[in-house]
Design a protein around this ligand. Structure first.
Ligand code: NAP
Ligand code: MG
Length: 484
């Protein structure tokens, strides 16, 4: 499919609700539009998913057959890399090079989970205890079965459209679930290509159902739907709480990958040059629109000035621009709404006496570009210090010793990620234990492998994606006792 075909395809899809414009965030121009499918589209999609789950057309296939189809999906993702990259960079505003770096992980994710199709297994138990009413433990045989959850609703944000879709679909398909997929209303384009790829690879009709629409319409209907067995959601903590409420009607299970306010601790003994480079990329990449972005940097006093200066230098060096602009490494924010939100935090901080070392303003041009921003003199009570900004804004605070650094780092409602820079190996691993977060990176940031579990402590989530945990999330365990 060419970019043009996708823009036309989405415009023609039926819907019942509002017409939603799709905007190029680098130019603020409308590139296409689509109609919100709303609750009616969700009802239809859930019914289709349910029918395929009951018929066993997908979950009943031998794992090795599902695996073959998943390998085909991976191959087709690679074949269609060019259009997927163009669509995601156009739609999410990310530089083409960023989209190109992410896409191979999407194909590999399908290959990784294809491997799990033949490796989900229960256990056999030697029964030790029984009431004795119907026989002795010695006469009982017991085992567990791993079964797909059923119909799952997959809801995710705009910050990595094709990546976010694959991160949920690959394990859901591997487990044998049928699904209803709702991308963010800002970035629905690459999902249209993915839908085509799934069909071409041989995923039976109705196993994966794409629903387009707003979160408060289609997303809310999906989360509340009595025919859905589980919701896997990636997004803000605020919406995560709404999902939990909506899910309570049929007590559907919920997996949440939520926001972060991740701390970065830089010690006096760190390789400061590396730390500054990684910490700067760790917040400014993708204009800070990454869940693991290190938005709170804490620096031991001996190197504090050097780090602040280094981060500001990086902030002033990184070139901003749209996907088609030569040399751009950082794109715009996704929308006017995000721009208003991010600048709201910064302007409030300025009024409250925060020192803007660099940035603190949008660029004087079209597109939702915000200059990478370094803030000091931040008070721990400030909203910008406590809440996730999801923009290219970092606060830098000094600390004296390890205990103070850890206390500052853990002083947040979030717990998605944390990073430590030090040459002291013992301290590095000690802090890996002391930081309250689901992922810790030592002397690095922005590292990722979908073979390793990922998820949040505290209000950053429920459950884990990726790795073995990732397939388990789409399976449930059944226990079987048999009288011999
Ligand atoms: P968001 O507003 O929470 O939206 C995420 C998704 O939920 C979108 O598809 C959205 O639809 C939908 N949604 C909104 N309201 C809903 C409702 N009432 N019921 C059901 N679904 C609803 O998040 P965002 O602003 O798009 O993305 C940024 C957030 O995602 C940040 O907080 C970031 O930290 C988090 N995130 C977390 C991870 C992780 O793995 N932990 C990864 C990436 C991003 P519409 O957009 O169509 O309204
Ligand atoms: Mg949204």
């Amino acid at each position: 499919m060419t970019v043009r075909t996708v823009l036309d395809d989405i415009r023609r899809r039926p819907g019942t609700g509002e017409v939603i414009p799709v905007i190029d965030p680098a130019t603020e121009d409308q590139i296409t539009e689509f109609t919100d499918g709303g609750a009616a589209a969700v009802d239809e999609a859930v019914a289709r998913a349910r029918a395929t789950f009951e018929s066993g057309v997908w979950r009943g296939l031998p794992g090795r057959e599902r695996a073959k189809i998943m390998w085909r999906i991976a191959d087709l993702i690679e074949e269609h890399a060019d259009e997927l990259n163009r669509l995601d960079s156009l739609n999410a505003g990310m530089p083409l090079i960023a989209a190109q770096m992410i896409l191979p992980t999407c194909a590999e994710m399908f290959r990784y989970y294809a491997g799990w199709c033949t490796k989900t297994e229960g256990n056999a138990y030697d029964v030790q205890m029984t009431t004795g009413i119907t026989g002795s433990a010695a006469d009982l045989h017991a085992y567990t079965l791993k079964e797909p959850f059923g119909v799952v609703g997959l809801i995710f944000p705009w910050n990595g459209p094709i990546f976010n879709a694959c991160a949920k679909l690959a394990p859901a398909l591997a487990a044998g679930c049928s699904s209803v997929v709702k991308p963010a209303e800002e970035t629905p384009l690459s999902a249209i290509v993915l839908e085509r790829i799934l069909a071409e690879a041989g995923v039976p009709d109705g196993v994966v159902n794409l629903v387009l629409g707003y979160g408060h319409t289609a997303g809310a209907a999906l989360s509340a739907h009595p025919g859905v067995d589980k919701i896997a959601f990636t997004g803000s903590t605020e919406v995560g709480k709404l999902i939990v409420q909506a899910a309570s009607g049929n007590l559907k299970k919920v997996m949440l990958e939520l926001g972060g306010k991740s701390p970065v601790l830089i010690f006096d003994d760190a390789d400061v040059e590396t730390a500054v480079f990684s910490a700067a990329m760790g917040i400014f990449v993708h204009s800070g629109q990454g869940c693991v972005c290190g938005s709170r940097v804490f620096v031991q006093r001996g190197v504090y000035d050097q780090v602040v200066e280094g981060l500001a230098g990086m902030a002033n060096t990184l070139r901003l621009g749209g996907p088609s602009e030569e040399g751009a490494v950082i794109g715009p924010l996704i929308s006017q709404k995000q721009l208003t939100r991010v600048m709201g935090f910064v302007d409030e901080g300025k009024r409250d006496g925060v020192e803007v070392v660099t940035g603190g303003h949008r660029l004087d041009r079209r597109g939702y570009f915000v200059h990478p921003t370094v803030l000091t003199n931040v008070d721990r009570g400030m909203r910008l210090y406590q809440q996730e900004i999801f923009g290219p804004v970092v606060t830098v605070l000094p600390f004296d010793d390890e205990d103070e650094g850890v206390a500052l780092a853990n002083d947040t409602a979030y717990g998605l990620a944390g990073s430590v820079y030090t040459q002291n190996l013992s301290r590095a691993h000690r802090l890996a234990k002391r930081l309250e977060a689901g992922t810790i990176t030592l002397n690095c940031q922005l590292v990722y492998d979908h073979a390793l579990p990922f998820g949040g402590y505290k209000q950053s989530g429920w459950g884990r994606e990726f790795g073995k945990d990732g397939i388990e999330a789409y399976l449930q365990t059944k226990t079987v006792y048999a009288q011999l």
